[in-house]
Design a protein around this ligand. Structure first.
Ligand code: HEC
Length: 231
């Protein structure tokens, strides 16, 4: 019996985050209902991430359609590599250069929110700290020894690690709460990208609920009509 309890505990440990590497993660509340937020997240993604990472399973035109943007808006504001709005989000960086410059090819990010989880992404993008022993001078508490530079450093500023806590060293152009909001929008966009059909399902879900409510009302009225003479 004891063995069984132990096995059960071990089985749920990863889900509880007990066995995860790096720092403890703050829970992230995914919100795909805020369209303006998703649009801002998409802009941050193409401005700061697509130079190194691709999102090869996502087309710019699909983003336009799902987030309520016109193809022209996306073409002029989001497609920077001279490509076309019907293309997938390809990266300018060649795989060989990526490996040479960073020691690692920056992975495709289409499904990052699904493989790593939104909590992890939200923590990762806020947890870079100065570490002169690393090639880019930064390390990360959530992803120790990550080969990625802190690409949002202008916005966040720099942090140092003291006794396991991150402390601001120099301020960026954004206040901490504003920076968190930018990262929140970005993570929500990445969650959407990992499963675009979620947005369609949400829209459909509300319609189905409304239909069921109206239908329940009608069914009740019919029931009363049928049983009126019997009672
Ligand atoms: C200068 C190039 C560069 C830019 C720009 C960049 N990254 Fe990275 N990123 C990397 C490299 C290199 C790695 C691989 C790190 C490793 O495995 O040690 C990485 C890894 C990651 C990972 C971990 C993936 C995984 O599951 O292992 C995530 C998530 C990520 N980046 C998100 C982002 C986001 C979001 C942005 C935009 C805000 C961004 N990156 C911009 C180079 C970059």
């Amino acid at each position: 019996m004891r063995k069984l309890i132990l096995a059960c505990l071990l089985a749920v440990a990863p889900a509880l985050g007990v066995a995860s590497e790096g720092a403890a993660l703050e829970p992230f509340k995914v919100d795909l209902s805020n369209r303006a937020g998703l649009q801002r997240g998409a802009r941050t993604f193409v401005n700061y991430c697509v130079s190194c990472h691709s999102a090869e399973f996502m087309r710019y035109s699909r983003v336009a359609q799902d987030l309520g943007l016109t193809a022209e808006q996306v073409q002029t504001n989001m497609v920077f590599n001279g490509g076309d709005v019907n293309q997938v989000m390809r990266v300018a960086l060649g795989k060989k250069d990526g490996a040479r410059w960073f020691g690692q090819v920056p992975p495709d990010l289409t499904l990052a929110a699904r493989s790593r989880g939104a909590d992890w992404l939200y923590g990762y993008l806020r947890s870079f700290y100065l570490d002169p022993s690393r090639p880019f001078g930064v390390n990360n508490t959530v992803f120790p020894n990550a080969a990625m530079p802190h690409v949002l450093v202008d916005l966040q500023g720099t942090q140092a690690l003291h006794d396991g806590h991150l402390k601001t060293v120099s301020e960026g152009t954004l206040k901490p709460a504003e920076y968190d909001a930018v990262v929140r929008d970005l993570v929500n966009f990445m969650v959407y990208m990992g499963e675009p059909a979620k947005l369609v399902r949400y829209g459909l879900g509300i319609k189905v609920m409304l239909f069921l409510m109206v239908f329940a009302g009608l069914a009740y009225m019919v029931k009363r009509e049928y049983w009126r003479d019997i009672h």
